[in-house]
Write a protein that binds this ligand. Structure first.
Ligand code: ATP
Ligand code: MG
Length: 558
């Protein structure tokens, strides 16, 4: 895999290879309109990889005037759950897409069963009594043809009787399977009598106890597509070996010719997207839940403050190809900043404070400054920011022995307090340990922003008035893993060995009062720091903010 850099951010998008296929199909009159589907298995929450598939499937239908079905691939009763079904709908709707029909592979269990009987009667399927292991060994290898099962030549009548008994619950799990009778020497291993049905005495989240036999993926997916007249069935590259079998079942049954096309899945640096591993993180308590803001799940990034627009922008930038690639997480963060920079409200918050006393400012005086919520719209909506004799500034904005290029506050130096006056540092107060605890400053009243005598100094810093400051909890998040390419976890290690111990740093902040009245519903900008999203854990006494992303790239290549 190679790392795609930020360059992708600058490139205009061309038509991708699937769009080329669709345009050719439409031009040739193969279809009047297109139909796509998004087929999640309801065994976990959707992640950023799914967002790519969703944007692609729904995006194509929008672009070419077609429609997209949401079809749950629910043929694995033991792993599936309605909790996941509901979350999937919520996440797709949040992204802003509308499905045509909500469907389930289980809706087609009767039809699939009928087709299986049809195949049995045509001598194209048989009941096999071998164990899973015997079947596996009998398949042979790529260089060695398989060995036919001793049960391969049962008569259609016997097969039908046994298959009906399987359905009726006469046999235990694993005792028998139904296999397609194709070719045990076929060069494509998929064709060496693939399984069609297995016995599983398990309750299904929708069909309950109606079935104790369940169809296999390969016997299900293509037919479901066909029933729904899906014109372009789009999936990830690992399914390309399944495509001939997909076609075989459709041709054998003589049903609507859906076609499958494969694209490269999304891989992101420092990120894992296997549902199985994400589930493990949740179950072991290594994250707070599926919606932990460090998770790559859509509910996680939503809670963190990523927006649907930023995810769509990202999917658009990375494009669609057949080449496996590892995308830089920074590209996603760039998209998030891009969207939030344009839309988010600004507030001042100090996280690591030093108290500043403005000695020549009257003790009881408070001035309220009218400050734009977004600097891009100076005449747009504003908030009122109080200024008083005692304020807080960030420790990082003061330096005693500052180098020349340090344009913030230093002893005897001047700085502009954002939206207000210029102050000068007259005295540095320290405690016994030598830590700076207070700066005694004076302000220049002629530098009021509306005084008309604008005097400029090099630096501008943010600040918060002490009597008006509101204490908040801040959860500063960083990437969950420390390994850039999580597909390269060494053999002798586990992916959990690469969890970043500093992925969450909880701290406090002191905010201007207007922050707590913000009703925008999206992440806000803490000026000069980053974007922050109010968390549902917030209470009136303890407002909580999640860091969505820092303002600038803090990333430094090694
Ligand atoms: P996982 O491997 O994370 O468990 P999955 O492929 O089993 O994912 P499904 O619910 O079967 O998850 O996926 C639904 C759709 O989303 C499929 O079409 C699948 O190809 C696609 N998809 C899953 N992961 C990615 C990814 N990383 N990038 C692009 N598409 C993906
Ligand atoms: Mg899957």
């Amino acid at each position: 895999m190679d790392t795609e850099s930020k360059v992708a951010a600058e490139e205009p998008r061309k038509v991708n290879f699937i769009e080329e296929i669709i345009e050719a199909d439409l031009a040739a009159g193969k279809f009047k309109s297109i139909m796509t589907r998004f087929p999640p298995e309801p065994n976990g929450y959707l992640h950023l990889g799914h967002a790519k598939s969703i944007c692609l499937n729904f995006g194509l239908a929008e672009k070419y005037g077609g429609a997209t079905n949401l079809r749950y691939d629910d043929t694995n009763p033991t792993k599936e759950d309605t909790e996941y079904v509901d979350s999937i709908k919520e996440d797709i709707a949040w992204l802003g897409f509308h499905w045509d029909k909500e469907l389930y592979a289980s809706d087609y269990f009767d039809q699939l069963y009928e087709w299986a009987e049809e195949m049995i009667l045509k001598g194209l399927a048989y009941v096999d009594d071998q164990t899973q292991e015997e079947i596996r060994l009998g398949r042979g290898t790529v260089d060695k043809p398989g060995t036919p099962s001793p049960w391969r030549d049962r008569s259609p009548e016997e097969n039908l009787k046994l298959f009906r008994e399987m359905k009726a619950g006469k046999y235990a799990d694993g005792e028998k399977v139904l296999r397609a009778k194709i070719d045990m020497a076929h060069p494509n291993m998929m064709f060496r009598d693939p399984l069609m049905y297995r016995i599983k005495h398990a309750s299904h989240h929708r069909t309950g106890d109606k079935w104790c036999i369940y169809p296999m993926y390969d016997y299900t997916h293509g037919q479901c597509d066909s029933i729904e007249h899906i014109t372009h069935s789009i999936c990830t590259l690992e399914f390309d070996v399944h495509r001939p079998l997909y076609d075989w079942f459709i041709e054998t049954l003589g049903i609507f010719p859906s076609h499958q096309y494969e694209f490269a899945r999304l891989n992101l640096t420092y990120t894992l997207m296997s549902k199985r591993k994400l589930l493990e993180l949740v179950q072991k308590g290594l994250v707070s839940g599926w919606d932990d803001p460090r998770m790559p799940t859509l509910c996680g990034v939503r809670r963190r403050g990523y927006t649907p627009a930023s995810l769509k922008m990202f999917c658009d930038k990375i494009g669609v190809s057949k080449r496996e690639q590892l995308i830089d997480l920074q590209l996603l963060e760039w998209c998030v900043r891009q969207d939030l920079n344009a839309r988010s409200n600004r507030y001042m918050v100090v996280q690591d404070p030093i108290k500043v006393t403005i000695t020549n400012y009257p003790e009881d005086k408070v001035e309220w400054f009218d400050c734009p919520l977004n600097p891009a719209e100076p005449e747009g909506p504003s908030r009122k920011v109080p200024f008083s004799r005692e304020i807080l500034i960030d420790r990082a904005d003061f330096m005693e022995d500052a180098p020349k290029k340090f344009f913030r506050l230093r002893p005897d130096g001047e700085v502009r307090l954002k939206y207000t006056y210029i102050i000068k540092c007259d005295e540095v107060v320290k405690d016994e340990s030598g830590k700076v605890v207070e700066l005694r400053c004076s302000y220049d009243p002629t530098t009021h922003p509306k005084s008309g005598e604008w005097r400029s100094v090099k630096g501008t810093i943010h600040w918060v008035s002490v009597p008006h400051a509101r204490e908040i909890e801040i959860r500063n998040y960083d990437r969950l893993f420390t390994l850039p390419d999580m597909s390269e976890v060494p053999e002798d290690k586990d992916y959990k060995d690469f969890l970043n111990p500093d992925s969450l740093v909880v701290g406090k902040g002191y905010a201007e009062p207007a922050l707590l009245e913000d009703a925008s519903g999206i992440a806000v900008q803490f000026e000069r720091t980053g974007y922050y999203m109010k968390d549902p854990d917030s209470t009136p006494d303890n407002p909580v903010f999640n860091r969505t992303v820092t303002l600038k790239d803090s990333y430094k290549p090694e």
